[in-house]
Design a protein around this ligand. Structure first.
Ligand code: APR
Length: 247
């Protein structure tokens, strides 16, 4: 098949006949909300740290206070951010199609803030806390000891409720995403470098099932060569255009 540049109008034409659209979003989706993409340079205080070395179980075991300081900084940044026109357009798109499954690798909750109702959070949520021993999500008030929140039930350290490098995707999210990728008649990858597995493999399941794959991204990615449609551009501009063509 191979990569083919396409316009929002052409993709809208394909969507008119679409029974089930499966969308996967990545950090690029939130770039226009001012949240730096994970692989872009860290700024300010954190520029000398590599996120790949902070978002790991090993980093947390080594220096939990440092990891929590980094997550507190990210929580502040994300809490102040608002959805961009791309997030709103995707929420609207769900109302225009028979079925849309939205899978995100982002932990920022901006799809939900924009009105998307059902979101499969592949990598968890930045604002969730999880007990590092019991594994359960903790919503009750937490106790802070030496800068580290602790589990109100067992006293163990809490950790952010996100999936770190080297960790498994929550089984329910993985199963729901895999089912949607295999069932859909179009898979749309938006703002992701398509490098991190297993998210990067979802488009392959769609292709293996004989359905088509599209991408919205200003830069080429690991998926580009295998796409049926490639829309080069920012999601905050391309998605509203796509929705305009459809409505
Ligand atoms: N619109 C669309 N895409 C954009 C935009 C934009 N405005 N700006 C940047 N991009 C694209 C980049 O070209 C790049 O392909 O977004 C992508 C961001 O890639 P990554 O930083 O690698 O983010 P992502 O693919 O989401 O990473 C996957 O890996 O870092 C871990 O767990 C983290 O969820 C993350 C996962």
């Amino acid at each position: 098949m191979g990569q083919r540049p396409a316009t929002p109008r052409e993709l809208a034409h394909v969507l008119r006949a679409c029974r089930h659209l499966c969308v996967l979003t990545g950090a690029g989706m939130s770039a226009e909300s001012g949240i730096p993409t994970f692989r872009a340079a860290q700024t300010g205080l954190w520029e000398r740290y590599d996120p790949l070395e902070l978002a790991t179980p090993e980093a947390f075991a080594r220096d939990p206070e440092l990891v929590w300081r980094w997550y507190s900084w990210r929580r502040e940044l994300v809490a102040a951010a608002t959805p961009n026109p791309g997030h709103f357009a995707l929420a609207r798109l769900a109302c225009l199609l028979p079925r849309l499954t939205l899978i995100t690798q982002n932990v920022d909750g901006l799809h939900q803030k924009a009105g998307s109702r059902t979101v499969i959070e592949f990598h968890g949520n930045l604002f969730a806390n999880r007990c590092s021993v019991e594994g359960r999500l903790v919503e009750d008030d937490v106790v802070i000891e030496n800068g580290i929140p602790c589990c109100p039930r067992c006293g163990a350290r809490l950790r952010p409720g996100v999936v770190w490098f080297g960790e498994a995707i929550p089984p329910a999210a993985l199963a729901a995403a895999a089912d949607a990728a295999a069932d859909c008649d179009l898979f749309l990858s938006i703002g992701t470098s398509a490098l991190v597995w297993p998210a990067a493999g979802l488009a392959e399941s769609t292709r293996a099932a004989g359905a088509r794959v599209a991408e919205i991204n200003p830069a080429e990615t690991g998926l580009s060569a295998a796409c049926d449609f490639r829309l080069a551009g920012n999601s905050g501009e391309v998605l509203p255009e796509l929705v305009n063509c459809l409505s």
